[in-house]
Design a binder for this molecule. Sequence first.
Ligand code: ATP
Ligand code: MG
Length: 459
Amino acid sequence: MMSRISSDVGQLQSVFSFTLLSFFRQILILIIGITLLLVTTPKLSLIMLATFPFVVIGALFFGRFLRRMSKERQKDLAETNVVVEESLQNIKSVKAYTNELYESGRYNTKIFKLVGISLKLARVRGLFSTFIVVLLFGGMFFVLWMGAKYVSQGIMTIGELVQFIAYTGFIGGAIAGLGNFYSEIIAAVGGTERIRQILAKESELEIEKHQELDLSGSIEYKNVHFSYPTRKEFPILKGISLSIGQGEQVALVGQSGSGKSTIVQLLMRYYDVDEGQIGVDGNNIQNYDIVGYRKHVAIVPQEIMLFGGTLRENILYGRPDATDEELYEASRKANCYDFIMSFPDGFETAVGERGVKLSGGQKQRVAIARAILKNPAILILDEATSALDTESERLVQEALDNLMKGRTSIIIAHRLSTIKNVDRIYVIEDGQIKEEGTHDSLIDNKAGKYSLLAKLQFE
Ligand SMILES: Nc1ncnc2c1ncn2[C@@H]1O[C@H](COP(=O)(O)OP(=O)(O)OP(=O)(O)O)[C@@H](O)[C@H]1O
Ligand SMILES: [Mg+2]
């Protein structure tokens, strides 16, 4: 996507700003030149024009090649960029495993492939130019020879021949130029195909208009089946049914990879279910206006990303029009006010690439403040306390308790101590609900999965 947005669009830009302009200029010269020729020396001109069909057929033939190869080259270019991006993003892992050589090897392989195809492309373009020039000069010499014959036979004067040669020179230049520009334009058309693929995709929402919804936040999953679009044949959720009343707090526990995050991502409508349905306030969530709906759901995700910008901007991301008072209050509730104020720049501290790097726990609290500010009816916490020490966990737990009051909340937790007090716990295993109940009732079921987990953790 990045490469389509930057390099494919860049290619188009240069075609639209420079190449197309020159292309039209050459065409204009061609038209005027040919008209003049036809008027002054019709017979010779017709002979010369007879070479044109060959040029056109050749152009179509080469154009097909060019377009396909250019598309391929842009794809390779994108892959090359991905390697750079990945290794820069994970620079610490690269260093930790001293895999610099490996990464540069990976890059080399891709680059050589790219160079290979670029050279091939250049060769085809060169061939095309050669073809045009040969045809053109061949034609011109033939016409000159005919002209000389006409002059010697007295059909044409020397002056007319000179005039003809001058015009033909113009036209020849224009045609040679056209060949070059033509191949450049064709190459850019390959790029537009990749851009048009994106443009043709139906948008999931209309940014400008949306409906305000009033949701209280009861949730019901009915026999939900789901597999990710990239791995259609691999079912992740296999018949999840659960219902959560308004204001209830439930927890999902289960092994890593059992499908907990997937369950809540479906609630956000990042993906749609394959079978069954998810209802909120009694209506299928697919029937809601997606913007209006998402305004009522907040998620503190498992992997928190902050945006480059200040802490203030990052927290206000939850609700950009919040007042300073609301901002501070949300930060206090999320227990991040104190550490933020301990920075010299306070809320104006820059984070992300060019600013300070927050610790895992600090990031989590910033994300919680953001969610508090959004004031949602439904709250999703995916491992929101996993990166914390016991003391901060207590602080964050407090923050979360504040946040969850009166809201329908789904908490995903590995540490069972954080979910002792929720209304209901669902044990997820392999995309299905294996057990459900309160902490106490689940503990009592000695043969159950939950009591086994609890035993491992608490003893
Ligand atoms: N975007 C994705 N595309 C394809 N498969 C995915 C995707 N995200 C997750 N999966 C797969 O779905 C399964 C469930 O993943 P999920 O993230 O829901 O697990 P989880 O229960 O949240 O695990 P954890 O406790 O480690 O967070 C895993 O097998 C995972 O490989
Ligand atoms: Mg998860």
